[in-house]
Design a protein around this ligand. Structure first.
Ligand SMILES: Cc1cc2nc3c(=O)[nH]c(=O)nc-3n(C[C@H](O)[C@H](O)[C@H](O)COP(=O)(O)O)c2cc1C
Length: 188
């Protein structure tokens, strides 16, 4: 089947509508960020791309730290809200009734209602066009112990994660495989 050719654009999906928390001058803020991902496993490196007009851009540039809180479907309304209102006008933690918990390695809040939080320290800011990419080391990962079993295994399928695709939010559905399963020998 031939595909229709569209002009170049950002149609990659699904993406995490991550809830990024930051703090500057004693003030906590939240921003929803879909332009995020992993750059390297060892050392663990991530990025967020921000428009310079965002309040969070100035805050993170000033402090050099932020936290990526993975999106849970339970708080998807708050995630959307944090993506359409600026911390210049509203205290988003208070308005969304989200709980700020202290990060362990950096001076920054994490979001208690998120199942997994990645504490990040910025190493460089790369200007790219509409957005600047904040490249960062992941310096700690905070995991809600409700999703970790006695053996220390994280059951991510129980975290009710949400995805963002082409302007809409989706709840992640059923597990359909796992890493390397296609080449695994079947047990007799
Ligand atoms: C689903 C979604 C994804 C978003 N992704 C980004 C992003 O990757 N980078 C960005 O700069 N803004 C992004 N935004 C917009 C910001 O979250 C929004 O402008 C926010 O109000 C900025 O808040 P602040 O001024 O308090 O920093 C996104 C918004 C939504 C709803």
């Amino acid at each position: 089947m031939p595909k229709i050719k569209w002009k170049a654009g950002t149609l990659t999906a699904p993406l995490p509508p991550a809830l990024v928390s930051c703090r500057a001058d004693g003030r906590d803020n939240l921003i929803t960020v879909a332009w995020t991902g992993i750059l390297s496993s060892d050392p663990p490196k991530t990025y967020i791309s921000l428009r310079p007009t965002r309040l969070s851009y100035d805050m993170i540039k000033e402090t050099g730290v932020f936290v990526i809180n993975l999106p849970s479907s339970h708080i998807i309304r708050s995630i959307d809200f944090c993506g359409v209102r600026s911390g210049r006008d509203v205290d988003k933690f208070a308005e969304c009734r989200l709980t700020a918990e202290e990060a362990t390695e950096i001076d920054c809040p994490t979001v208690a209602e998120s199942p997994v939080s990645l504490e990040c320290r910025v190493t460089e800011i790369v200007p790219l066009g509409s957005h600047d990419m904040f490249v960062a080391d992941i310096v700690a990962v905070d995991v809600d112990d409700r999703y970790v079993d006695e053996a220390g295994k994280l059951h991510i399928e129980r975290c009710s994660l949400a995805a963002y695709a082409h302007g809409s939010y989706f709840a992640l559905g059923k597990k359909i495989g796992s890493f390397g399963y296609s080449v695994k020998k079947k047990r007799r």
